[in-house]
Design a binder for this molecule. Structure first.
Ligand SMILES: *Cc1c(COP(=O)(O)O)cnc(C)c1O
Length: 394
């Protein structure tokens, strides 16, 4: 070993063991080195008993998986490159040609687009159900139904469904089937903090870690958590076959975000409740949607099943207020920025035309804006809304 390059690559120095710090170590690898051939032949990454290849886990990704499983009250976690990739992973893991997928009509939009744009071409059909009507779900389950998505509350319009009732409908319909129907909840809003998804009976809990766990609006990641070994294996094997990977620097950011998620969630929750209640009193507002507001759809379900309410509220405007006025209001906001995603430090807003994203109809004639409350002071946010509201009235 007297040639410099070999000496540097195969350097004999090993730092002392036993280093401990607040942040878990960031281990980078495609290649993982085995101690001998026996290890290379026998190590199994599936039960986390050994390391085999960067794609199949490092100490950093295993640590993040364990912490996300704890956050959600589950036992197993699989990480995906984005929240949407986690949704698509669950679809691909459980659905085969001839199967049918049921999706809430108020579900996260790109998940619906995946079903229409990809699953349909593989001979996997999908239908939308009214998440606020368990009887509608019961009527739409057929012998082909294999997977039912749930989301609490719905995206954009924030109706809080009766999750235990929806799960009971699926269990009832599943009885006696060779392949039971799987339930998967998109738990991005609850984040493992607002309610315990597995205590409400779902099989899988999916999150966009992009939102609360990251908290920084600077990383994309998703997770699929379960409590059932067989379901976990199905997701894990599909994940392996697809070659899905998360960058270890992204894992580091989410591990850091998890230290403060509970504090951030509660701070954003408190500010959001205050602003949602205030907004409801303002002229031009037909209704504010926020699960903790009495009168918001599904408020009683939220009261029974949840203990926190997140950082989102949506305002439906009076039908007489034109889209042009609503857009002018959004443009006049200074602290609230225009942009997608939420649960980061900066408050955001985005106007939506709800009828165009719904298949089963929408009762309000006016436009809607969704607000995501960040970590700014609530008084400054209220003042910003107050200075922009006159734009609604021309
Ligand atoms: C943002 C979001 C996703 C997707 O997350 P990405 O990481 O942006 O792909 C999925 N579901 C819900 C409810 C979301 O809000």
């Amino acid at each position: 070993m007297n040639k410099l390059s070999t000496q540097l690559i195969h350097h004999p120095y090993k730092p002392p063991e036993g280093f401990e710090a607040v942040a878990p170590g960031v281990h980078k690898a495609s290649t993982v080195i085995f101690p001998n051939v026996h290890a290379l032949r026998t190590y199994d990454w599936k039960d986390k008993s050994g390391y085999t290849y960067g794609l199949h886990g490092t100490p950093t990704t295993f640590t993040l998986e364990e912490r996300i499983a704890t956050l959600e009250g589950g036992t197993h976690c699989v990480l995906a490159p984005s929240g949407l990739a986690a949704v698509a992973l669950v679809d691909m893991a459980f659905l085969r040609t001839g199967d049918e997928l049921l999706i809430p009509d108020n579900a996260y939009g790109p998940g619906k687009t995946f079903a229409a744009g990809e699953l349909e071409s593989w001979g996997i059909t999908h239908r939308f159900y009214d998440a606020m009507d368990p009887a509608d779900l019961a009527a739409k389950i057929s012998p082909a139904t294999r997977l039912v998505w749930l989301e609490a509350p719905g995206s954009i319009t924030l109706e809080f469904p009766d999750v235990p009732a929806l799960v009971a409908v699926v269990r009832q319909a599943s009885q006696g089937r060779e392949r039971p129907i799987v339930t998967a909840l998109d738990n991005t809003w609850g984040a493992g903090i607002a309610f315990a998804p597995f205590e409400l009976g779902v099989d899988l809990s999916v999150q966009a870690l992009t939102k609360y766990p990251s908290g920084g609006a600077d990383v994309l990641m998703g997770s699929v958590v379960s409590r059932d070994e067989a379901l976990h294996r199905t997701v894990l094997l599909c994940h392996m076959r697809l070659g899905l990977n998360i960058g270890v620097n992204d894992a580091e950011l989410v591990l850091r975000g998890l230290h403060t998620i509970d504090l951030r969630y509660r701070a954003q929750d408190a500010a959001t409740r205050e602003l949602a209640a205030w907004m409801q009193q303002q002229p031009g507002i037909a209704q504010v949607f926020h699960p903790a507001l009495p009168g918001s759809p599904g408020h009683a379900h939220w009261q029974r099943d949840a203990r926190a309410a997140g950082c989102l509220f949506s305002a439906a405007f009076d039908a007489a207020i034109s889209q042009e006025r609503i857009d002018a209001f959004c443009d006049a906001l200074k602290l609230f920025k225009l942009g997608w995603s939420w649960a980061g430090p900066i408050s955001l807003c985005a106007p939506y035309r709800v009828p165009s994203i719904r298949s089963l109809g929408w009762p309000h004639a006016g436009g809607l804006v969704r607000f995501a409350i960040g970590l700014e002071h609530v008084e400054d946010l209220r003042a910003d809304l107050a200075q922009a509201l006159p734009r609604l009235q021309s």
